[in-house]
Design a protein around this ligand. Structure first.
Ligand SMILES: [Zn+2]
Length: 417
């Protein structure tokens, strides 16, 4: 992630914090009672050393520090772990504000497509952009994410749907400090309309996967009626797994089309969306190691039912929260807003929401050993909330809750700068 702050001091003490809040348990992913187990320390400090967290505790227990230590005044502020956005489509050219306005005026899905809207309009814009323009677009989006407290993000390809643009997207995400996921199977591009999704998957596996696997960490597919079916998804995902990619699935967004059983069968890291998941899917996911990634912004944006967050958590599923930031169905980069939606629409507590977009999201990205907690040994990725109670993170609906962001012990964004 790009950052504009000063050099990281070797040692940094954030002192006199009103509160420090961090998920309690060191394992991941967290579920059941552990999902909501957050340690809160009043009058706290964080000591960072060489970009990692060295110690956290109460100010009154802070012993004398010898040698050079930079200090940051935490009075009136609360520290939480840097937020982890494990599901975004942040690498795209153009926007779809016209389509948004048409939808707000009551246009149907078919009318939007007839007006040239939909995902293929972003595919056209992204194919037309050269790689430098994509770099610029993503840097702009990453700056928005950073000032919302996101210190680690994933971003998917899937707006190229051809060899050259898919690979360009993955490189752009990597250069911007993101974690790239190959979503070649996002939609069937116009040139494969006649040949169909199976032929497009053949093309992806033969022509794009060998190079995509050199840049991406995971592969993802949109498994949905009218997009890709279970057989195509299995073939695509198994081929990706065979070359070492972790697996993700977009599933149960509009219909239950078999994503959860396939995710479990293949040992995927996550199945994401779940707005249409029923009791059987909830029980199966809860009994598995697959994380359910909830994307309430896209449900809100499209006026769709919310995913069953409370039922999943109660059943014992490991859940994560993410923005789904994309130009068509969730033009939203703010994880604090997602936490608000989790509490007001999904029935999660602020503690559960915090764990879901820190530890559990880091687990989806295979980084839970370094990201998602304020504890010794973890990366010094820290968000300072501008309130003396950290729960303002979720309480302040769409408000400017983030005061300062640190990455690796360095200030990378400050609300007063
Ligand atoms: Zn998505």
């Amino acid at each position: 992630m790009s950052a504009s702050g000063v050099e990281a001091p070797d040692r940094l003490l954030i002192r006199d914090l009103a509160q420090l809040a961090t998920p309690s348990r060191r394992s991941a992913p967290l579920r059941r009672a552990e999902l909501g187990a957050v340690d809160v320390i009043e009058n706290a400090y964080v000591l960072c050393e060489q970009g990692r967290i060295n110690h956290v505790g109460k100010m009154r227990d802070l012993g004398p520090l010898t040698g050079e230590v930079a200090e940051l005044d935490g009075r009136g502020l609360s520290a939480i772990p840097g937020l982890v956005d494990c599901h975004t489509h942040a690498c795209f050219a153009g926007d779809r504000v016209g389509e948004f306005a048409l939808r707000a005026s009551g246009a149907s899905y078919e009318e939007l497509h007839a007006a040239g809207g939909g995902i293929l309009s972003t595919v056209r814009a992204t194919r037309d952009a050269d790689e430098a323009r994509l770099d610029t677009a993503l840097e702009r989006h990453v700056a928005w994410m950073l000032r919302s407290g996101t210190t680690t993000f994933e971003a998917k390809s899937g707006y190229g749907l051809d060899r050259e643009t898919e690979l360009a997207q993955l490189r752009v995400v990597r250069r911007a400090g993101g974690i790239p996921t190959w979503l070649g199977a996002h939609a069937v591009p116009p040139e494969f309309t006649d040949a169909g999704p199976a032929a497009y998957v053949d093309f992806l596996l033969a022509e794009v996967l060998p190079d995509a696997a050199q840049v991406a960490e995971a592969a993802d597919i949109f498994l949905e009626r009218g997009a890709f079916g279970v057989e195509e998804a299995r073939r695509y995902l198994q081929a990706c797994q065979n070359v070492g990619l972790a697996l993700r699935l977009h599933g149960d967004q509009f219909t239950e089309a078999g994503a959860i059983p396939l995710a479990i069968e293949l040992g995927a890291r996550s199945v994401d969306h779940l707005e249409s998941t029923g009791p059987g899917g909830i029980a199966a996911l809860a009994a598995s190691d697959v994380v359910g990634v909830l994307l309430p912004a896209s449900a809100l944006f499209l006026g769709r039912p919310m995913p069953p967050g409370r039922a999943l958590a109660d059943a014992g599923a490991a859940v994560a929260l993410a923005t789904d930031f994309n130009p068509g169905s969730a033009f939203c980069e703010s994880l604090p807003l997602i936490c608000s939606l989790a509490c007001t629409q999904l029935g999660l507590s602020p503690e559960e929401a915090l764990t879901a977009c820190t530890v559990n999201a880091a687990h989806v990205l295979e980084r839970a050993h370094r990201k998602g907690r304020l504890a010794p040994g973890y990366d010094a990725d820290i968000v300072l909330i501008g309130a003396d109670d950290w729960r303002h993170l979720a309480y302040h609906l769409g408000g400017p809750v983030v005061h300062t962001v640190l990455q690796g012990g360095r200030i990378s964004w400050n609300s007063r700068a």
